[in-house]
Design a protein around this ligand. Sequence first.
Ligand SMILES: [Zn+2]
Ligand SMILES: [Zn+2]
Length: 136
Amino acid sequence: MEVKNCRKCGKMFNYVSGPQVCPACKEVAEKKFQEVKEYVREHKTASITQICEDCGVENKQVQQWVREERLVFADDSPVKLSCELCGAQIRTGRYCDKCKKETANNISAAGKRPEAPVSRDRRESSSHKMHTFHNG
Ligand SMILES: [Zn+2]
Ligand SMILES: [Zn+2]
């Protein structure tokens, strides 16, 4: 077992995994999150500044919840998040659905070698006349 100092209160605690925060601070953060989530649901048009002021949370903390996709903003929320890759407007997280999918594809394809480009002469025979075989 590993003993670490809590990043929030500095207390020593038995660290298992995840953020380096003691169980007590984790619970406080969790309660705060529920409060903020409730607040956002009731105040759909609140800005992040307003959320921070009314709930007594740090802007940084709110943004972390957003990045973790725990906090989702309503359609009419003035909070504008944009995809870090293409700039499309999103409601939560860091990327839009499209980029998320592409990122996932890139990750799964990362282990494989990129396919060699099909030359113009060969394309006709390989891709146009593909047969599908059904088993059974
Ligand atoms: Zn702590
Ligand atoms: Zn995107």
